[in-house]
Design a protein around this ligand. Sequence first.
Ligand SMILES: C[S@@+](CC[C@H](N)C(=O)[O-])C[C@H]1O[C@@H](n2cnc3c(N)ncnc32)[C@H](O)[C@@H]1O
Length: 221
Amino acid sequence: MFDNIAPRYDFLNHFLSLGIDKIWRKKAIRILSDYKTDVLLDVATGTGDFAIAALKLNPSKIVAFDLSEQMLNVGRIKAEKLGLSDSIKFVKGDSEAMPFSDRQFDAITVAFGVRNFENLEKGLKEFHRVLKPNGVAVILEFSKPKYFPFKQFYLFYFFTILPLVGRLISKDPSAYSYLPESVMAFPDDQKFLSVLKSCGFSKSRQKRLTFGIATIYIAQK
Ligand SMILES: C[S@@+](CC[C@H](N)C(=O)[O-])C[C@H]1O[C@@H](n2cnc3c(N)ncnc32)[C@H](O)[C@@H]1O
């Protein structure tokens, strides 16, 4: 699916979120600036936006990792245009079986990625394995707003307007109906914090964003 939508992914991402996704990534990077970020891994990097934003932290190494070759290719071209080809290494692979040795990274970033894992626990245990002791994972993911009237407005937008516009522009019949369905099925809030704990993260907390549409989870090894 991501290979299919790769050419129009960036445009749709910013258009359908009215540009808020960029603000959320920036917030996550600000949180990360309190931690050691010398060697960084951006999981489910897609077209590399989070990895590019993370360059602000001046890491000595960033690996941008994803399962979809087409998404990575868009990212590689974008990095090249920005003169960043030497700063970010794009690597193809599955987050649930990462080709990295134990305790390699100071920090992991993921934006809108963990929701797509086939086996969430397997992926998060891999994060824990490749992080150095005290390393941190900053996970930005959609969540479900809880309160009237924003919740009702959001659900209308998410289940009617977004799939329609997404289908028309991406030309993929299902990708943008998959988005709201996967968000509704995903364990957000306290449930996600419990999953992090069960995967070995000793300290974790969350910061809800924009009435709870998205959440940043900060999990420390
Ligand atoms: C919604 S995109 C997010 C891209 C990017 N992080 C962003 O902020 O725009 C989700 C990405 O997760 C990737 N993905 C899904 N499952 C994966 C897995 N098991 N391992 C690695 N990448 C995965 C997809 O290929 C896709 O590029």
